[in-house]
Ligand binder design. Structure first.
Ligand SMILES: *Cc1c(COP(=O)(O)O)cnc(C)c1O
Length: 404
């Protein structure tokens, strides 16, 4: 029993900035699909750190790779070569079917990197007039928290008080190809898109949208930048969400699951005709490409290379979808799933998604609300059938309980 004054949660409230409003649970340990709080209560993790934990907590192969690298070398900076970076980039680019990768740490940094690559490509390769490059983005986007990125967000809460913002972005409705077409002109260097909008509530664009974007970008000589930070690496039952539409973007923007939930690791992956706009001194990161992250990243690729884990996520989707769809009309207005990823729009009579996440917490399940009425579920790809069924039973229970 810890004394009240030194409870970690109290110290957090007193000394950690209040930029989040966590559910009332203090976690202390994780194992596979389960998390344990400071009092030893267990919870099924159906958020997985927004998909950063796609392979579950403390996956043995990833932990072993981290331990092994910890005993050798952790950070060199890119002032020197290290023996983990090359092999990792080779494995990552092979998996992605591209030629080159630039490594960063967080998703937001990878997005920033893609924007810089696109602008430079626009000036050097497309011939856009100096400082005139435009990038098309979408309503409801979430690409991270830097000033440039929140500058083109449509979410007032994330912009308020942080201006002035970086110019050069044009925002159009998500899923609206005609609007993209209208926004196209000679200044456009790139389109930045989430193939599925995760933070917006797991919004899946209309069929044909991603294909149409791909074709339009090719026709206008514009780069397609796919932000797969959350949707990539198996979440949707395929390596990439783009795969469902047979779309290959010019630049994959990756993060979250890339580092196996152990190291922050993000990347832009592209062919050399795009990547070679980055020249020595033009871009970088002290921790980007560090040996520890590369070793864990390589173990992640070893884990997913055969596609078995993605196929499993796809195979479990019907269980997830059927349980949630059965609630439609009974406390749930709409359900969207792709792979092991679900957005559940709750009816007003059930209350807010935050209230439901709090209720689910008391039932031993961790989830997250977004935009008032939407509950997001993203269990580990490694979850057992029994655990998933158990979790879905708790969701059904909660919706029924909150209605009465
Ligand atoms: C989480 C996320 C980001 C930002 O990643 P951070 O590591 O939090 O900076 C960017 N794009 C998408 C689609 C995300 O879900």
């Amino acid at each position: 029993m810890t004394s009240l004054v030194t409870r970690p949660v109290d110290l957090e409230w007193r000394h950690a900035a209040h930029n989040y409003k966590p559910l009332p649970v203090t976690l202390a340990r994780g194992e596979g699909s389960w998390l344990f709080d400071v009092d030893g209560h267990r919870y099924l993790d159906m958020l997985c750190a927004y998909s950063a934990m796609n392979f579950g907590h403390r996956h043995p192969a990833l932990i072993a790779a981290a331990h092994e690298q910890l005993d050798k070398l952790t950070l060199t900076s890119r002032a020197f070569s290290n023996d983990a970076l090359g092999p990792y980039c080779a494995a990552l680019t092979e998996l992605c079917g591209k030629e080159a990768a630039v490594l960063m740490n967080t998703g937001a940094e990878a997005v920033e990197t893609a924007l810089k690559i696109a602008r430079r490509w626009g000036y050097e390769r497309k011939g856009i007039a100096a400082n005139a490059a435009t990038i098309i983005v979408f309503d409801g986007n979430f690409h991270g928290r830097t000033t440039t990125i929140v500058g083109f967000s449509s979410d007032e809460e994330s912009r308020e008080g942080f201006g002035p913002f970086t110019p050069g972005f044009r925002r159009v409705p998500y899923g609206d190809l005609a609007a993209v077409q209208r926004a196209m002109d000679d200044t456009v260097a790139a389109v930045l898109v989430e193939p599925i909008q995760g933070e917006a509530g797991v919004l899946i664009p209309p069929a044909g949208f991603m294909r149409g974007l791909r074709d339009m970008c090719a026709a206008y000589n514009v780069l397609l930048l796919a932000d797969e930070v959350q949707s990539g690496f198996g979440r949707t039952g395929a390596l990439f969400a783009c795969d469902h539409d047979d779309v290959v973007p010019d630049v994959y923007i990756l993060g979250k699951a890339l580092g196996g939930g152990i190291m922050p690791l993000s990347a832009c992956v592209a062919n050399w005709d795009v990547m070679d706009v980055l020249t020595p001194g033009s871009h970088g990161s002290t921790f980007g490409g560090n040996p520890l992250a590369c070793a864990v990243g390589t173990a992640v690729i070893d884990l997913v290379r055969d596609g078995v884990l993605f196929a499993r996520a796809a195979a479990l989707e019907p269980m997830l979808r059927d349980a949630l769809v059965a609630l439609q009309g009974y406390g749930v207005d709409a359900v969207r799933t792709r792979g092991l990823w679900a957005g559940v729009d709750l009816s007003a009579e059930v209350g807010t998604a935050r209230a439901m996440a709090e209720d689910l917490l008391t039932r031993g399940l961790l989830s997250k609300d977004t935009h008032g009425q939407t509950l997001r579920l993203s269990p580990p790809l490694t979850i057992s059938d029994d655990d998933l069924r158990w979790g879905l039973d708790r969701v059904v229970e909660s919706v029924h309980a909150l209605q009465t």
